[in-house]
Design a protein around this ligand. Structure first.
Ligand code: HGA
Length: 605
C-alpha cells in the first residue's frame, strides 16, 4: 500500500526519494509523487503511472532539491487521478504525504472551509495539510504535534514547509514509519527497506510519535508531547536478490523459491523447544489452555490449517478469527489464551489493531508469526517466530504462506511435546519429515508443465469451484483466493461434504471443479463427492497423491502428486494451486505481480 519516503540532506535528494519509491513499489499503488523545497517554495511532480514515469518527469523538469518527500498512493478516498496523488499542498507553502485514513475528515474539512481553506482534491489527506498549515506559527514540529491531536484514524505522514527549508516532520499512529539516520542527512520511510543504500541505522517510531528531522538532528516526541529517546537499531542493508532471473514474474520466482524459503524457516535443532519462540515461551506455554489465532487473507488460511494441527497434535483448543472482525466484536477474553497473530509484513493494519484489541482485553500471552523481524507486530508481542521467506514482491502471497505453515506446524509440535502428546519417536519423525520437505516440494514444482496444460482450459472460464476436506479445506480456500486475486476468475472453495447443501446447484460442464485429493482418511468420502460432481456433468481437475489410485477418465483430469505426506501434506498441495492460478493469469494476460485494486502490505483498514 502507500509508501512514504522523506529526506533532508545537503545534496539533491530526488534520486534517493525515487529509489526509495522503487523499493516500495512491491506494496502496490496506483499513483505516485514527489515534492521538494527549492527557491523558497514547494515544487512537485505527480503521476498516475509507474515510478519510472515519475522519474522521467523529474529528469525532464529538472526537479531538484535538498529537502523532499515522496509517496506511492493506493487510493482510499478519491479516484487514482493526478489531482488526488500526494504530495498534497496547502496554500503553496506546505507539502504533505499520508498513509492511512482520517475518519473525521468531513468535520475537519467543514471547520477548515470555515477558515477559508479551499479543497482541491477528494482525499481525506488534504484536511491534514490544511490543518497543519492553519496551526503553523514558524515551528512545523509544534504545528504537527498540535494537529495530530485532532486526527481520528490511522496515519503516517511526512510534511515540509517552505519557511523551514532544512526540516521534514513525520508522525505516525496506526501506520508504519521509520527514521533513517545518516551523516549530515536524515530520512523517513514506511519501512527500512526503502532506505537500503542510504543508511543502516533506524529508529522505529512508536504509536503517537512525532519526529523532526534536520540535517544534524532527529527529535522525537511521544503522544503526550514529551521529548523521548528512541532506540537506534542497525538493520543491515537487504542483501537478497530482487532480480527476476530466469522467471517471467516475481510470483513465479517466489513459487520456485519455496524449497529454499522453507529450508531456511525450519529450525536447525533436532527437537521442538519452546525457546524457538522466545525466552519467555516456556513459561507462557505452560500457562495457556487454548489458542486464538488472528489474521487476514492468506495468513488467515494458514491459521485455519494450523487449527487442525494444533487440535490433532497438541490437543489444544484453537479458535481462528479474521482480524478485521475480531477487533470490532464483543468477545470473551480468556487470560489462558495464547493470542497468535500472523502477517507477512507484520504491519497489516487490521491484524495489528486486533492484536492491540486483544491486549487491551487483558490477553497477556501473545505470539507473532511474521516475515519481517523489525515489524510492529514483532515488537508488540511477547513471543515471536520469524519466517525466512525473504522479500516477497508478488502481491499474491506464496512463499510467505508456506513458511507460515512451517512455523505453525513447529508450534503445534512444540506444544504437543510440552503437553505430553509428542514422544521422542514422533518428534524425530516430524523433524525428518520437515527436513525432507524442500526435496518433496521440488518434485511438486516439477509438475509445472502439466499444470500449464490445464491452465489453458481455465483461462477461458469465468467461474471455478475448489474442493478440499479436513486439513486440505483451507488449502482449497487458498487455491480459490489465488485464482481470484490474479486471474480475476470468480472462484469459491467448499469443504467437499458441503457440496450437496447448496453449491452443487452451480455445477455444469462450464464449471471446472478443482479437487485437492490427498490419500488421507477422508479420501473415500471425497471420492463420493467427486462422483456427485461428475453425475451433474461437472469437469473435475484433481490433484491426487500418487498412492490414491484415482485415474484420469472422461471429465476427470488427474495430476499425480508425490506419495501422501501425512500431516504436512497441505504444504505440498498448495503449490500446484499456486501454479495453476499463476499460469491461468498469464494466459489471460493480467498484471500478475500487481493485480488490479490490490496492494501488498495492507497498512490501511
Ligand atoms: N487516504 C489516503 C491515503 C491512502 C493510503 O494510505 N493508501 O495506502 C488517500 O486516499 O489518498
Amino acid at each position: 500500500m502507500c509508501g512514504i519516503v522523506g529526506a533532508v540532506a545537503q545534496r539533491n535528494i530526488v534520486p534517493v526519494l525515487i529509489e526509495g519509491l522503487r523499493r516500495l513499489e512491491y506494496r502496490g499503488y496506483d499513483s505516485c509523487g514527489v515534492a521538494v523545497l527549492a527557491g523558497g517554495e514547494p515544487h512537485r511532480a505527480r503521476s498516475v503511472a509507474r515510478v519510472a514515469d515519475l522519474d522521467e518527469q523529474v529528469r525532464e523538469t529538472h526537479l531538484e532539491g535538498f529537502t523532499g518527500i515522496a509517496h506511492t498512493r493506493w487510493a482510499t478516498h478519491g479516484a487514482p487521478v493526478t489531482n488526488n496523488a500526494h504530495p498534497i499542498f496547502s496554500r503553496n507553502a506546505l507539502a504533505l504525504v499520508h498513509n492511512g485514513i482520517i475518519e473525521n475528515y468531513e468535520s475537519l474539512r467543514d471547520m477548515l472551509r470555515g477558515k477559508g481553506y479551499e479543497f482541491v482534491s477528494q482525499t481525506d489527506t488534504e484536511v491534514i495539510a490544511h490543518l497543519i498549515h492553519s496551526l503553523y506559527r514558524g515551528d512545523l514540529f509544534a504545528a504537527v504535534r498540535e494537529a495530530v491531536q485532532q486526527l481520528h484514524g490511522a496515519y503516517a505522514i511526512a510534511v515540509e514547509h517552505k519557511d523551514q527549508p532544512d526540516t521534514v516532520v513525520g508522525a505516525r499512529q496506526g501506520s508504519p514509519l521509520v527514521v533513517g539516520l545518516g551523516e549530515g542527512e536524515n530520512f523517513l520511510a514506511s519501512d527500512a527497506l526503502a532506505l537500503a543504500g542510504s543508511t543502516e541505522h533506524f529508529i522505529f517510531l512508536e504509536e503517537g510519535d512525532v519526529c523532526e528531522l534536520t540535517l544534524e538532528r532527529v527529535r522525537v516526541a511521544d503522544r503526550d508531547g514529551n521529548d523521548v529517546e528512541r532506540e537506534v537499531r542497525t538493520v543491515a542493508a537487504y542483501g537478497g536478490a530482487v532480480e527476476l532471473g530466469p522467471y517471467r514474474h516475481f510470483m513465479q520466482k517466489e513459487i520456485f523459491e519455496q524449497p529454499r524459503a522453507i529450508g531456511d524457516t525450519i529450525p536447525q535443532a533436532d527437537s521442538f523447544d519452546a525457546s524457538l519462540f522466545g525466552d519467555a515461551a516456556a513459561t507462557a506455554f505452560g500457562e495457556i489452555d487454548n489458542l486464538l489465532i488472528l489474521a487476514c487473507g492468506t495468513s488467515y488460511y494458514s491459521g485455519l490449517t494450523a487449527k487442525y494441527w494444533l487440535e490433532s497434535i497438541a490437543k489444544i483448543p484453537t479458535q481462528v478469527e479474521i482480524a478485521s472482525e475480531y477487533r470490532y466484536r464483543d468477545s470473551v477474553p480468556n487470560p489462558k489464551s495464547l493470542v497468535v497473530v500472523i502477517s507477512q509484513s507484520g504491519e497489516t493494519a487490521d491484524t495489528l489493531a486486533a492484536l492491540k484489541h486483544a491486549q487491551s482485553l487483558g490477553h497477556k500471552h501473545t505470539l507473532s508469526i511474521c516475515n519481517v523481524g523489525t515489524s510492529a507486530m514483532v515488537r508488540l508481542t511477547e513471543l515471536s517466530f520469524l519466517t525466512h521467506a525473504g522479500r516477497e514482491i508478488g502481491v499474491a502471497s506464496t512463499k510467505a504462506f508456506t513458511t507460515q505453515l512451517v512455523a505453525l506446524f513447529v508450534l503445534a509440535a512444540t506444544l504437543g511435546k510440552l503437553r505430553g502428546h509428542v514422544d521422542a519417536s514422533l518428534e524425530a519423525q516430524y523433524v525428518r519429515q520437515l527436513r525432507h520437505l524442500p526435496a518433496a516440494l521440488n518434485s511438486v514444482l516439477a509438475l509445472e508443465p502439466q499444470i500449464i496444460a490445464w491452465s489453458e482450459d481455465f483461462s477461458r472460464k469465468e467461474n471455478a469451484l475448489f474442493l478440499g476436506r479436513g486439513l486440505h479445506y483451507p488449502i482449497a480456500l487458498e487455491g480459490a483466493l489465488k485464482l481470484k486475486e490474479i486471474s480475476y476468475i470468480h472462484a469459491e472453495a467448499y469443504p467437499a461434504g458441503e457440496l450437496k447443501h447448496g453449491p452443487l446447484a452451480l455445477v455444469t460442464e462450464a464449471m471446472p471443479v478443482v479437487t485437492v485429493a490427498p490419500n488421507d482418511t477422508l479420501l473415500e468420502k471425497l471420492k463420493s463427492n467427486m462422483q456427485e460432481v461428475r453425475a451433474r456433468g461437472g469437469e473435475l481437475y484433481v490433484f491426487a497423491d500418487s498412492d490414491t489410485r484415482i485415474v484420469s477418465e472422461e471429465g476427470l483430469h488427474v495430476i499425480r502428486m508425490p506419495e501422501h505426506y501425512g500431516l504436512l501434506s497441505p504444504i505440498l498441495h498448495v503449490v500446484p494451486l499456486q501454479l495453476l492460478a499463476y499460469h491461468t493469469a498469464c494466459s489471460r494476460g493480467t498484471d500478475v505481480d500487481k493485480p488490479r485494486n490490490l496492494a501488498k502490505s495492507v497498512t490501511v483498514e
